[in-house]
Design a protein around this ligand. Structure first.
Ligand code: 5AD
Ligand code: SF4
Length: 433
């Protein structure tokens, strides 16, 4: 009987890719096989997120449960951003944990596994050229990292402390990885980084000067690649050349994530975001003009320290004007190691909750208006997964989730689909014969 591992992944797409890398290392180098039954695992991994406080608190209760349910002798490893941020403290609070492996140290998984009590959380560790083993969760869509870490200093964000300084991955490695994935059937390449349109600012070692727009062109030249997505871009770096490439390159999917965070220039300044409300609106409105079908998603934090009713109204005004197709909205959560946690004017929780509810309610109303316009439209859907009850799901170029009656024969194909029912987050359709 081979050894088995169980892995739980929290947080963002970067974490999903980190988990894929760990799975690849464990299966190709250590002979492990995956299991989704915790009780039969010899190794239990949790890949954590620390961007807000709640999931961090949940971590300790969750690994406590893992410890009770695990089979005798099974190891538990805490990985990812909370591992970076808490390090040794995890072993103090949960002594049954066997090792702690920070984000950007994932290549060491095969080593810490054999070193009880190991804590590897160096945020300067450079994995930008590491040749990971091969593993992909989806046969149809491939995540490809383009940079590690983040150079921004947003005052609310813990990520620079968990993922360290930004290093770009050499372009030739990215292109080679995308080529390989596409040859194996992944027609969609999803480029990943904390701040993708800052690509090319720093490499480890010598590398010719380049930028994200050039990277997009290089990936789109790969014949077998049909669709390119990326996350997350930063509104500050959305220059005209980038918007033009986005608009004109037919392989780039027409959905853009534009993390607003706040609509108030005063708050944006306190957050150190580097742009104003006017710049954001200018970019979003230009994008809508250049690409009429574009869908725009965003992240918004309400109740950042010092946010007044007037500041919040400015955020509401931006959502009125941009009419985002998707909003990920959060109540500000004070994070250790960040400047904003010690700002004087923290906002009471009930005010934060009320603002969040107001924002979400208005967003839902806007979505309900927009979704009516989608019924009857025909969109090209790239089918990626099966759903229970004889259904297949995929996404349109502009990221609408579309579900149709269908089976395996749809997977990996892009087909025209008529929308017959539109919800806020998913749509029902029928393939147009
Ligand atoms: N509190 C609330 N939300 C946060 N985010 C990042 N840090 C915090 C925080 N301290 C949100 C931002 C970011 C998204 C990934 O998480 O909106 O874009
Ligand atoms: Fe991803 Fe940020 Fe969470 Fe780390 S803290 S997993 S980078 S969202």
């Amino acid at each position: 009987m081979g050894k088995k591992f169980y892995i739980e992944t929290l947080g963002c797409a970067m974490n999903v890719r980190d988990s894929e890398h760990m799975i690849a290392e464990l299966t190709t180098k250590e002979g492990y096989e995956p299991t989704d039954r915790l009780e039969e695992a010899d190794l239990i991994l949790i890949n954590t997120c620390s961007v807000r406080e709640k999931p961090v608190n949940k971590l300790f209760s969750e690994i406590g449960v893992f410890n009770k349910r695990k089979k005798a002798g099974a190891k538990i490893g805490v990985c990812g951003c909370t591992a970076s941020h808490l390090g040794e403290e995890i072993l103090k609070r949960a002594p049954f944990v066997d090792f702690v492996l920070g984000a950007r140290n994932v290549s060491k998984i095969t080593e810490v596994l054999h070193r009880p009590g190991a804590v590897e959380v160096d945020i300067d560790h450079d994995e930008s050229r590491y040749a990971f083993g091969e593993f992909r969760t989806s046969a149809y869509k491939a995540y490809v990292n383009i940079s590690i870490g983040c150079d921004k200093k947003c005052t609310f964000c813990i990520v620079p402390h968990t993922r360290g300084e930004e290093i770009s991955i050499p372009m030739e490695l990215i292109v080679r990885e995308a080529e390989k994935a596409a040859r194996h059937g992944a027609k969609e390449i999803f480029l990943l980084g904390q701040n993708v349109n800052n690509y090319g600012r720093r490499f480890s070692g010598e590398h010719p000067k380049t930028n994200f727009t050039e990277l997009l062109r290089a990936v789109s030249e790969i014949e077998a690649v049909e669709r390119i997505r990326f996350t997350s871009p930063h509104p500050l770096h959305m220059d005209d050349a980038f918007l033009e490439e986005f608009a004109d390159n037919p392989k780039i999917c027409k959905s853009m994530h534009m993390p607003l965070q706040s609509g108030s220039t005063r708050i944006l300044k306190a957050m150190k975001r580097g742009y104003t409300k006017e710049w954001f609106l200018d970019r979003a409105e230009k994008l809508r003009r250049m690409v009429p079908d574009v869908s725009i998603s965003t992240d918004i934090i309400v109740a950042f320290p010092g946010e007044t009713e007037e500041d919040f109204e400015e955020t509401m005004e931006v959502i009125e004007r941009v009419r985002f197709e998707q909003i990920f909205s959060f109540k500000y959560s004070p994070r250790p190691l960040t400047p904003a946690q010690s700002y004087d004017d923290q906002i009471p929780d009930d005010i934060g909750s009320a603002r969040l509810t107001r924002l979400q309610n208005r967003h839902h109303e806007i979505l309900d208006e927009m979704k009516r316009e989608r019924i009857g439209k025909v969109v090209d859907v790239y089918f990626e997964e099966l759903r229970p009850g004889g259904q297949a799901a995929g996404r349109s170029d502009n990221n609408m989730l579309v579900i149709v009656p269908g089976s395996e024969e749809l997977l990996g194909r892009t087909l025209p689909v008529r929308i017959v029912e539109a919800g806020r987050t998913s749509h029902r359709g029928e393939v147009v014969a």
